[in-house]
Design a binder for this molecule. Sequence first.
Ligand code: ATP
Length: 429
Amino acid sequence: MEKIVSLAKRRGFIFQSSEIYGGLNSCWDYGPLGVELKNNVKRAWWRRMVQERDDMVGQDASILMHPRVWEASGHLEGFTDPLVDCKQCRQRFRADHVTGKTCPECGGELTEPRNFNLMFKTFMGPVEDQAAVVYLRPETAQGIFVNFNNILTTTRKRLPFGVAQIGKSFRNEITPGNFTFRTREFEQMEIEYFVKPGTDEEHFHKWVETRYKWYKELGISPERLRLRPHAQDELAHYAKACVDIEYYFPMGWSELEGIANRTDYDLKRHAEYSGNKLEYFDQELNEHYVPYVIEPSAGADRATLAFLLDAYHEEPDKDEIRVVLRFHPELAPVKVAVLPLSRKEPLTDMAKEISQELRRHWNTEYDDAKSIGRRYRRQDEIGTPFCVTVDFQSPEDQTVTVRDRDTMEQTRLSVAELVPYLREKLDNR
Ligand code: ATP
């Protein structure tokens, strides 16, 4: 993990938030390469989960919602962690993280556990009183449930169908940490998939498979990926089943995503609290009922971290070590780098022209600084799948070499062949 944190900072993937002020605990900023990587992760999710499926639509709900939403969802009452305080050093711990009644830091006496709500609270409008209290959403899911009728009437979808959303969520976590694994502000990628009761188990298993495959297809090593079904006593009272997709992070196996069969709990609760019916009319059966829902809920930051960790490789290279991020081409922040062998014309002119053309298709970098070997190393370290080198022969016969990040092989091509060649390698799925 330390190597990734340091590479992430050195190359501009992830910086500490407000660093010049000493940083803000557990908040992180995505730099120029990080934002590309995370956007690619979100895009790869949206493309496969929404755009390539006929049974899915998307939405983007606001972060602030009516406070009654959190009463109905159970977050106001139940979204808590039991906490204990040390009477001596005043440090606070999660009760389930300490054993015994003494402080793990100073040995002082601990208080009895008290419930601590994880939702961030703020005020809407100029008056800071109880009536103005609103919450930053702790999950994106509720924005989908409250729009159930709107989506049903505007899309005229038939069951089974799902709604997807990507967005920020906030939780006042007591023990954030492990870089971007657990933070207080994070991004979720969530799906609520509505099904006819009785077909829920079949759809639940399909979603577990679909989501597992997504990580694998985008390059996560299968030996670092596993499914962990929840034991009966681990399940929320309304959930019929839950499976976590776990990744073998440096701190051990940890949750990447949870897939839950939430039954008809959420729609029924919102119907009860809002006084609006949230039902589906089944034309075949000629009856109304409340659909069951399967919820695959993933973290965009956790997925990005897993892709980053999994891509990291160190290899012996002559007397040195080659660091290479073996990103799947779809996720690589930069797809192609154009490197003129020298800073002299006509090489630079030709290289600039080529990079301008490639930019129309892919995120492309132009780099003419330092030796060609150093530039290849730099591109390896940020995971660029291909480097196009413009050398002294290039202006004479309109050819360039293309270097493959993984094999390090170089292929000589005519400039006219470049785009189709790269398209085949980068966009072929
Ligand atoms: P954990 O047990 O790790 O706290 P959770 O079971 O509370 O997670 P869910 O409520 O199921 O998490 O949220 C779904 C997904 O959202 C998680 O699998 C994770 O990828 C992401 N997520 C949740 N909390 C955080 C957080 N504090 N920081 C980053 N990502 C998070």
